[in-house]
Write a protein that binds this ligand. Structure first.
Ligand SMILES: [Zn+2]
Ligand SMILES: [Zn+2]
Length: 367
């Protein structure tokens, strides 16, 4: 292989500056490498459908609004986040000025786009469900782009290994990269559909349900996820198997006029995996839905904010079961929740549903 050829490892770099002489290269120092991972930044872009037109400075945008959202969960101005750090789950106090934020919108668009869901009293309507879904999707797309860039950095960690070991290592990295790219592509495709709906004012094809619970629940989250199985555990779609397009669900659980709103939104086909997930949720008794929505946060969401005293005062076994749920399916966690913990599902709430709002994908303007 010539130095100017693309490297065999699929990094996209020339062999000369990639794997040529890799067996004699030195591993980066662990601390320096960890720092590089933490410092990794993406190009700062705004996720507004009109961007870059009308954009200002990129800011840390909240995914759960600060006033009336995080502020009603916070104690002494802080909420608790469960963050995975090197395979260890840590509970971290976060001030409500920074909790749930990401560098995903500019200061001009963040305010105007989300004003309808941030200034109370907020009506529970299609506009609200769309904006909450849009924000959850923008957040997950940003996180996924970061995860993808991170995989690229891991490529250098075979320095000093023999060729055979380099090849084995790079194959593992490549499959992680392919998985990250597929997820990024699905998120981007959905984002483009929502952008188009927003710009045209035609929301045909957008589907969403919102459930307003009669109480304020002690947690909040926002993000998109692949529904792999429905709420009862029946498989819906298996990632990495076949080449059917995967469907995503945008989920938000947020304080809402002093109570809590849960919403799920999707753009998939009728009777597709996303819709079947939502149907299984709707089939739950009304006093079981809040509990399921809370458990779903631990299972599918990394952008999860908790009221500190609620979390601290949970029985040890409940906290353990929820932490196991949060760890399952992460890079370092076990694939499945251990059986004894999986069946230990603490009841977190029996708050009934007070109001439901549905949007079935038919544009109101077109009848
Ligand atoms: Zn290479
Ligand atoms: Zn902007």
């Amino acid at each position: 292989m010539a130095a100017s050829d693309l490297c065999w490892c699929h990094s996209g770099q020339p062999f000369g500056s990639c794997h040529q002489n890799r067996e004699h290269a030195e591993l980066p120092h662990q601390k320096a490498f960890e720092e590089a991972i933490k410092r990794l930044k993406l190009p700062r872009t705004c996720a507004h459908p009109d961007a870059p037109n009308g954009c200002g400075k990129i800011v840390d945008a909240h995914t759960i609004q600060k006033n009336g959202g995080l502020s009603v969960l916070a104690e002494d101005g802080h909420v608790t986040e469960l963050l995975l750090d090197d395979g260890v789950l840590r509970q971290v106090p976060k001030g409500i000025g920074v909790a749930s934020t990401f560098e995903g919108f500019c200061n001009a668009h963040d305010g105007t786009l989300f004003a309808p869901v941030e200034s109370g009293p907020r009506p529970l309507d299609i506009a609200a469900l769309f904006l909450l879904a849009f924000r959850a999707l923008a957040y997950s797309r940003h996180r996924q782009a970061l995860a993808h860039a991170r995989v690229g950095l891991y490529r250098q960690l075979d320095a000093g290994c023999q060729l055979e070991c380099q090849a084995h290592y790079q194959r593992t990295i490549l499959s992680m990269q392919v998985g990250a790219e597929l997820l990024a592509a699905d998120l981007t495709a959905m984002k483009e559909r929502l952008d188009q709906m927003y710009r045209s004012g035609n929301y045909a094809g957008f589907r969403a349900v919102g459930w307003l619970f009669s109480e304020l629940l002690p947690l909040a989250y926002s993000g998109a996820f692949y529904p792999e199985s429905d709420i009862r555990g029946t498989p819906l779609q298996r990632l990495g198997h076949g080449d059917a397009p995967f469907e995503m669900l945008c989920a938000t659980l947020t304080p809402w006029n002093g109570k809590t709103l849960f919403t799920l939104a999707w753009t998939g086909q009728s009777d597709g995996p996303a819709e079947r997930y939502v149907r299984s949720f709707e089939a739950l008794a009304d006093d079981q839905k809040a509990n399921a929505a809370m458990h779903g946060g631990f299972e599918d969401q990394e952008n999860l904010m908790l009221r500190p005293s609620w979390w601290n005062e949970l029985p040890e076994t409940s906290r353990g079961a929820l932490e196991a749920r949060r760890m399952a399916g992460t890079e370092t966690g076990p694939d499945k929740i251990p059986g004894d913990l999986g069946s230990a599902q603490p009841v977190l709430s029996m708050a009934p549903v007070e109001a439901t709002c549905r949007f079935s994908g038919v544009n109101p303007d077109s009848g």
